[in-house]
Design a protein around this ligand. Structure first.
Ligand SMILES: O=C(O)Cc1cc(O)ccc1O
Ligand SMILES: [Fe+2]
Length: 434
């Protein structure tokens, strides 16, 4: 049912009907099968090679027939930067996993933004949040004009039916839906919970590996883009568009997922995070987490991410005479974290699968008292961190929690207590207290 092509940012071509792709040109006088040719630009027409992204879609009806009059729909929990909730104090913050709603909500209706930063209109920054879906988007379609969506299933699979093909994703996998690509989200397991990052800035891309070289981390060949799949379905439905932070809907008389063939380098994709090949400390010390960056949205500052998507996968820890968990630190960038499964070494308890934390720019954080107690005594033998998958959305911009985040029932109001049992070890002797 789902089939994929491999590679990252390739020039793909795919047709659901043989001969549907025009040969050797993009916009012939008449397209095969009477299809309409439509270009979807993911970058300025003039963007340099490497950054220039666009695809040609051959569809049953052009998108202008999808866009009747759009009417503003009701406000949602899906917030867009700039947006600041009143009364947010500076604090390290942590939340338990949010519960699924007890009423039916589609993927789009169920998005709850936790933090946002930058400015969607300025094409800078991101938002981080969750989806808590309990209903298929049967006659509901959606596209996001404000940014690309990075979707991380945490509980329950999703079937992301896009106009460029279908993506099936389970916990442990991610998918990316580019700005402007129409979709609906179906729930093979009836409900689905996961994390969502909306990237307003430059398209996510593979980070520079620098001295690591041409291999390791995420490999281009492990990214999967769906083959063309279309619906020739004439029935009433609804298209919702997120544009400039607002939501607008229009009625349609046919499915907008009607692309029979397409070619180009702007398309949705998925990636299995278990394919990531981590590189780490082989002798001593805990390196910076940037070694675990799997995708980045570069900013105008060289080497600095508007958004770095960093994962903490299963791996061996072998460093000798080293405090192995993350160190105490203050970061110029801000860190939103989530946990897909297992436990995170800096927070052996309290940070639960489906939960979240926010360690904002220049706010101190690090391993909790329990992690420190065990890691300072653990033998320096090789240890495998197994059955664990945490991630971080790291951005150069400070993140602002939403009203939803500040009032969520699972907000751990005593989070900072996880450090309060850290003992004073200094006692004037070189060995310190035992
Ligand atoms: O704060 C965190 O838990 C994330 C993190 C992990 C790490 O190994 C080093 C730095 C860092 O911010
Ligand atoms: Fe950190």
């Amino acid at each position: 049912m789902t089939d994929y092509m491999s590679g990252f940012g390739n020039e793909f071509e795919t047709e659901a009907l043989k001969g549907a792709l025009p040969k050797g040109r993009n916009s012939p006088q008449r397209c095969p099968y009477g299809l309409y040719a439509e270009q979807l630009s993911g970058s300025a027409f003039t963007a340099p090679p490497g950054a220039n992204r666009r695809s040609w879609l051959y569809r049953i009806r052009p998108s202008v027939l999808h866009a009747r009059r759009f009417l503003a729909t009701q406000p949602s929990w899906w917030k867009t930067a700039p947006s600041r909730a009143a009364g947010a104090a500076i604090a390290q913050m942590r939340w338990g996993a949010p519960a699924l709603p007890d009423r039916p909500q589609t993927f789009v209706e169920s998005v709850r933004t936790m933090t946002s930063c930058g400015d969607a209109d300025g094409r800078i920054g991101m938002s981080a949040g969750v989806y808590l879906a309990t209903r298929d988007m049967e006659d509901d379609y959606f596209y996001n004009a404000d940014g690309e969506l990075l979707i991380l299933p945490q509980q329950g699979r999703i079937l992301l039916e896009t106009e460029m093909g279908k993506i099936a994703a389970a916990p442990g996998e991610i998918c990316v839906l580019p700005r402007g690509v129409k979709c609906r989200v179906m729930l093979p397991d009836a409900t689905a919970r996961g994390y969502l990052c909306e990237n307003y800035g430059a398209l996510l891309t593979l980070p520079n590996r620098g001295v690591i070289g041409a291999n390791s981390l995420a490999s281009a060949r492990d990214f999967l883009t769906p083959v063309a799949a279309y619906a020739d379905h004439d029935a009433p439905c609804r298209l919702t568009v997120k544009w400039g932070g607002g939501f607008y809907a229009c009625d349609l008389d046919h499915s907008p997922l009607d692309v029979v063939a397409w070619h180009g380098n702007y398309a949705p994709y998925k990636y299995d995070l278990r394919r990531f090949s981590p590189v780490g400390a082989l002798l001593f010390d805990h390196p910076d987490p940037s070694i675990f960056c799997m995708l980045t949205s570069p900013s105008s500052q060289p080497g600095v991410g508007d958004l770095d998507f960093v994962i903490f996968p299963e791996r061996w820890q072998v460093a000798e005479d080293t405090f192995r968990p993350p160190w105490f630190h203050l970061n110029a960038m801000s860190e939103f974290m989530g946990l897909i499964f297992g436990a995170y070494d800096a927070k052996p308890s309290g940070f639960e699968p489906g939960g979240m934390s926010l360690h904002n720019a220049m706010l101190p954080h690090g391993p909790d008292a329990d992690a420190v107690a065990s890691a300072t005594k653990a033998p320096s033998t090789p240890v495998k961190l197994e059955d664990t998958l945490a991630f971080m959305f790291e951005t150069r911009l400070p993140q602002h929690p939403t009203e939803y985040a500040l009032t969520l029932a699972t907000l751990q109001t005593d989070y900072e207590a996880c450090w309060s049992a850290l003992p004073k070890r200094f006692n004037g002797t070189p060995g310190g207290a035992a």
